[in-house]
Each structure stands twice: as structure tokens, then as C-alpha cells.
Design a protein around this ligand. Structure first.
Ligand code: 5AD
Ligand code: SF4
Length: 466
């Protein structure tokens, strides 16, 4: 018998045990951070509902609150501490409330120790690698009044088999690998999420096939560094090969992936955009800085010239692939010259979207120990100048689309205007338009009428022919 099956049966027994005690209890999950965390929260939600928990409409009505934490920047950690602090008072009026913390911060001893010291009201702590342990932790917390905690350094294969409560029936995240081996000098992720572990191609393809049968049209393949997918597997499965297999699954319309590292982008991957009809024309390719000196200090293993070369190859395909990137401002030692090189790179590439971050010191990373930290006022000034450029560039890009007819996957009602629907173009731009609610989940055609900095405004024309 498959040992995975054996362990799965154990988890199932624990789930039934919790159900007997908690059926009908209400839960709420608060998620901080990236798509990886969002997807982990979808798994936690599925697990809780299989234990009989029901979603709570508000914190006040919850019997269990799970906070899925992020440790990439200091500001994300502060938000979590603030939130847990506020819940101290809720717990005073409702002592039976269970409070669970999970995610990247919990994988870091320093953050965990701080939580243990300052927030004795926390009942359960688990990490990013062992979500499946939650049933056992709930039972332990029921039995003892003390903290129930379980952190695994290595990724557990049982988490692979957890199903997820997808937030939309027509779009889904799928993990393809966990962890990161790159050790960019500013980044905490390799310390919190451990070394790279790829899922088998067979598991991934079978999950995507099931999702497609259930009505998923769009999938986003998740990994910290998807281009190195398969390098740790015996059969040397590669990311382009995985994309080819997924492209062959009927029912799917769009494939996205994130995140890619420029040092690992191969010609074979670039060719996939031409060869695979479902691979959406969008690439998120974090450059972080436009200065070779800073890229070296960041341990990124490419130069700005290498990066331009990749962009050129992508442009040569002539497929209107939208590009987005991440930029860190104020990395240790960044001079005005270095910063100007970043601005120059952004202008030259002409991104569709740029995610901007102020460098944040992460204890334990190499950059935290670098002596030439940039003063906060300088960082902030550069950040504002960067934003000015990014908004200007984005607006130009968006305005050039006025009058175009685009295929849009309708995602739901607009958050800012309940009269409007919202969706994504194939190249991942947000678009708002008026239309009947039964279009949600469908691919339709929309003509672009107007723009703002972050979204397009359009008019619904017809159901898509594609
Ligand atoms: N400070 C600021 N930004 C960071 N990122 C990662 N670590 C840090 C840090 N210490 C950014 C990078 C990465 C994105 C997910 O977060 O740009 O690509
Ligand atoms: Fe962090 Fe670099 Fe790994 Fe991305 S590739 S998760 S930035 S260490």
C-alpha cells in the first residue's frame, strides 16, 4: 500500500475527531503576503470545512481565527503584531475563541519567540510546511490549555495532497514547487520556506486535469522560482515540459505562472509563448534593480545587459507579451547613480506593471549585515520618484489600449462600484465594465473606452469566440 495513503487515512481520522467536537463552529482566515500564502489559506479553509467549521461573517462571530503571516518585509510583520494585539481584547470578552498563527513568520524563530513572549493569548502555531497537522493541533489545544505548536523545517508531502477551497470556481492556483535556493541577499524566503522541492509532474497534471473538469478556465502555477522546476527531481522534468503538458489539457483557457528568476529563463521557455496557445501573454520578471553593482550585491546572478537581452528575445516574438517586475529601492549601498540606472531600465523596458518596495532589513539575511544602509529619508525620496515614473509609464501603456477589443475573463462585481463587473484581459490587466452578473466566470469581448492608472474601463460587446 502507498505509505502516503496510510498517512492520509490518519489525517482523515483526526479530521473526524475534530468534527465531532467542532461541527458548526465558525472560522475566519486573515491572509497576509503573496499568492503562495493565499493558496495556503485556501487549503486551510478546505481543511477546516472538512472538520465541520463554517465561515464566520466577522471576527466577533468567529470561534477560530487563523492569521496567515508574511515575513518578506518588516511592515508585513508589524501588521500581524498589530492585529494579534487587537485580538487580545476580543479574547478577553470571548475566552473560548481559538487564535492560530501560521505562515512564513512562524517559520522564523525570532518572530515566533516574539509572539510567544508578547502574545500569550495565541493558542496554535504552525508553519508553511505542515498545514495538514492542523486537526491534531486543534485537538491538542482542546485538551490542554497551553500553546499547541508544530513547525517543520522540511516540506511535508502530505500538504501536497490537501485540497483547496478556491475563491473562484473558474480560476485556481496550483503549487508546482516550494522553497527557494537562491539566497538573494535581501530575502528571508529561503530561510522561512526552505530549499526547493518540486512536485511531481504527474501530481500537478492530475490536479490541473481535475480542476479543468470542475470548470477551471485559468490556472496560475506557483513557485518562488518556477524556472528551476524539476531540477531536484530524478526524471529531470523541466518547466517548459510541464507547460506543454498542461497546455494539452482541454477546458483550460489561460495559463499564468509566477515567479520567474531572470537568471533561469531559457530560450525553450520563451519559445513556449509562441508554441502554446493557452500560455497567457504575460510575464512577471522581477529585476529588483537596474544597476549592475547592486545586482551583484543582491546576488542575483545577471546583469542589466542580460536582462535587456531576455526582454529583446521576448519582444522579438511579436506577441504583445505584457511585462511586470519588482523593484527594491534603497538596497544597502545604492547611490543616486545606481537608482538612476533603475529608472532608466524601467523606461527602456516599458513595463505594463511595476511592483515597488522599500528595502526592508531582514535579520539573518546577508544584506542586513551590510554597513552602508541607505537613510530612510533618501529611500523615501527615491521611492516617490520611482512611483511618479511608474504611474506615468503605466498610464501611457493603458491609454494606448483605448479602442482595442480585448478578451476578458469576468471575475466578479467591481469592489469600488457594485454597478460594474471586473475582469482580467489575457495579458492580466484589470478592466471594469457594465454587464449582467451571469457573465461572471465567462470569457467575453470588451472594447476599451477609458483608463485610470491601475485599470481599464470598457464596454461589453459579446461572448468571446475563442
Ligand atoms: N525588502 C524589500 N523588498 C523585498 N522583497 C523581498 N525581500 C525584500 C526586502 N527585504 C521583494 C522583492 C521580491 C518581492 C516578492 O518582494 O522585490 O521580488
Ligand atoms: Fe527571495 Fe530571491 Fe528566492 Fe525570490 S529568488 S524568493 S527574491 S531569495
Amino acid at each position: 500500500m502507498d505509505p502516503r495513503q496510510d498517512k492520509k487515512t490518519d489525517v482523515k481520522k483526526l479530521i473526524d475527531k475534530v468534527r465531532a467536537l467542532h461541527e458548526g463552529d465558525r472560522y475566519l482566515i486573515e491572509t497576509h503576503g503573496c499568492q503562495m500564502n493565499e493558496h495556503d489559506s485556501e487549503k486551510i479553509s478546505f481543511l477546516l470545512e472538512s472538520m465541520g467549521f463554517l465561515p464566520a461573517p466577522s471576527e466577533e462571530e468567529a470561534d477560530l481565527i487563523v492569521i496567515n503571516t508574511c515575513s518578506v518585509r518588516h511592515s508585513a510583520e508589524d501588521k500581524v503584531y498589530g492585529h494579534v494585539g487587537r485580538l487580545k481584547h476580543v479574547k478577553k470578552t470571548k475566552p473560548d475563541l481559538k487564535l492560530a498563527l501560521c505562515g512564513c513568520m512562524m517559520q522564523r524563530k525570532a518572530s515566533r519567540d516574539y509572539v510567544l513572549d508578547k502574545f500569550p493569548q495565541v493558542d496554535i502555531i504552525f508553519g508553511t510546511n505542515n498545514i495538514y497537522r492542523l486537526p491534531q493541533l486543534i485537538l491538542s489545544s482542546d485538551e490542554n490549555d497551553s500553546l499547541a505548536m508544530d513547525i517543520e523545517d522540511n516540506y511535508s508531502d502530505l500538504d501536497n495532497q490537501l485540497q483547496a477551497n478556491r475563491s473562484h470556481p473558474f480560476k485556481s492556483y496550483v503549487n508546482i514547487m516550494y522553497g527557494c535556493n537562491n539566497f538573494c541577499t535581501y530575502c528571508i524566503v529561503p530561510y522561512t520556506r526552505g530549499r526547493e522541492v518540486s512536485r511531481s509532474m504527474e501530481d500537478i497534471v492530475s490536479e490541473v486535469k481535475d480542476l479543468a473538469l470542475e470548470g477551471t478556465k485559468e490556472i496560475t502555477l506557483l513557485g518562488q522560482n518556477v524556472n528551476s522546476y524539476g531540477k531536484d527531481l530524478d526524471d529531470k522534468s523541466s518547466f517548459p515540459e510541464l507547460l506543454r503538458q498542461i497546455n494539452a489539457i482541454s477546458g483550460l483557457e489561460r495559463i499564468y505562472f509566477m515567479t520567474s528568476h531572470p537568471k533561469d529563463i531559457s530560450d525553450e521557455l520563451i519559445a513556449c509563448y509562441k508554441d502554446l496557445d493557452k500560455l497567457a501573454p504575460y510575464l512577471h520578471l522581477p529585476v529588483q534593480s537596474g544597476s549592475n553593482r547592486i545586482l551583484k550585491k543582491m546576488n542575483r546572478h545577471y546583469s542589466r545587459e542580460d536582462y535587456f537581452e531576455i526582454i529583446e528575445k521576448i519582444r522579438q516574438l511579436d506577441l504583445k507579451i505584457a511585462l511586470s517586475t519588482d523593484i527594491i529601492v534603497g538596497f544597502p549601498g545604492e547611490t543616486e547613480e545606481d537608482f538612476k540606472e533603475t529608472l532608466d531600465l524601467i523606461e527602456k523596458v516599458g513595463y505594463d506593471n511595476v511592483f515597488t518596495f522599500l528595502y526592508s532589513i531582514r535579520e539573518g539575511t546577508q544584506a542586513a549585515g551590510m554597513e552602508d544602509q541607505v537613510p530612510q529619508e533618501v529611500k523615501k525620496d527615491r521611492f516617490q520618484r520611482l512611483l511618479d515614473l511608474v504611474y506615468r509609464e503605466q498610464r501611457k501603456k493603458y491609454e494606448s489600449l483605448v479602442g482595442s477589443h480585448l478578451e476578458v475573463l469576468v471575475e466578479g462585481v467591481s469592489k469600488n462600484n457594485p454597478e460594474k463587473l471586473t475582469g482580467r484581459t489575457r495579458d492580466f490587466k484589470l478592466i471594469h465594465f457594465e454587464g449582467p452578473k451571469d457573465l461572471i466566470g465567462q470569457s467575453i469581448r470588451v472594447v476599451v473606452k477609458d483608463t485610470s492608472t491601475f485599470a481599464l474601463e470598457g464596454e461589453y460587446i459579446e461572448a468571446s469566440r475563442s
